[in-house]
Design a protein around this ligand. Structure first.
Ligand code: UD2
Length: 287
């Protein structure tokens, strides 16, 4: 049982709690959409990783154990960049964390929500995370004061992206890019819908789930929540979802039957790479 073997988190309870304000944050970083792997690589941050891209501060007990879930397919260049960036930043944030790259097997249309749910289920079996952050592969935080900790309400970590006009968000109810949930919050909303194959709608659907569950999304200070979007075109296997408009209109009827609790997926692979844990996910029909 591969998962059982990874439950190795040593007893860290003898260490003092990490400070509320991580002392080594640098604030706004100089990151451009044209950033290269070489510019973002930081060997120092890779030294303390355990297999599967996991880390815990060596000298204090982290205030949060965060699983980063990256829904992924065929964006290796972006993946390499974001993973290096995250290791540098999350270590400065003094988090205990693991990075989970959740890849959708071909030939199925991409399904970001289903991958997030499969990542949540798997990460939860591997360790007892207190926060789950779903982060687009192309979205790099610009300011490390945007702490990847969860709160009393779900968090939409993005107040703006270079992808949008004036480095803002496209509309006020936008909840794409990067969101964070405690396990209790994620289960309460029943995660993402599994039905959004192709591009669009799943983030809106999740926003409605949050609202129907009596919660609201919080955002960091505007200045802290800015992201750089690495440039890309629309992917052939992620065409605009034809049903998303219809689906979003009936969230309430689906919410409890369609989500993280009821997901059926096939885990074709689970590998512990140096920089991240990699999952290859198919839907049931692919078997
Ligand atoms: C927006 C949202 C995103 C999601 C999407 C609609 C922002 C910053 N992000 O992204 O959160 O709601 O609209 O579905 O506005 N991906 C792959 N390979 C693929 C296709 C998708 O890795 O072939 C992953 C990857 O993590 C990517 C994410 O899915 O960042 C969203 O897909 P996108 O980047 O093509 O869509 P985008 O930028 O419009």
């Amino acid at each position: 049982n591969l998962i059982a073997k990874t439950k190795l988190t040593p007893n860290r309870s003898a260490l003092p709690l990490c400070p509320e304000q991580p002392p080594h944050l640098v604030g706004k970083m100089n990151i451009k959409p044209s950033i290269t792997l070489q510019e973002v690589t930081n060997e120092e941050s890779l030294r303390n990783l355990t297999y599967g891209g996991r880390y815990a501060p060596p000298d204090c007990q982290a205030r949060e154990r965060t699983a980063i879930i990256i829904p992924y397919r065929d964006r290796k260049e972006h993946l390499d960049i974001i993973v290096h960036h995250l290791h540098t930043v999350l270590q400065r944030q003094q988090l205990e964390y693991g990075i989970y790259v959740v890849e959708m097997a071909l030939p199925t249309q991409f399904n970001r929500g289903l991958l997030a749910n499969a990542g949540f289920r798997t990460a939860r079996e591997i360790s007892s995370y207190t926060c789950y952050v779903i982060n687009d592969v192309d979205s790099l935080m610009i300011d490390d004061r945007n702490l990847y900790r969860c709160g009393r309400q779900p968090i939409h970590f993005m107040t703006g992206s270079t992808k949008y006009k004036n480095n803002g968000i496209p509309y006020s109810g936008f909840h794409g890019g990067v969101v964070g949930f405690t396990p209790q919050q994620y289960l309460k909303v029943n995660g993402f819908s599994n039905l959004f194959f192709g591009w669009g709608g799943e983030d809106e659907d999740l926003g409605i789930r949050v609202q129907y569950s009596g919660m609201i999304y919080m955002r960091p200070y505007d200045e802290f929540g800015k992201y750089v979007a690495l440039p890309h075109g629309r992917d052939a296997s992620n065409q605009e979802s034809p049903n998303s408009g219809k689906l979003v209109r009936n969230v309430q009827v689906r919410q409890m039957e369609d989500g993280v609790e009821t997901i059926t997926f096939k885990r074709f692979a689970l590998e512990y790479h140096q920089l991240y844990t990699w999952l290859l996910i198919g839907v049931k029909e692919d078997e």
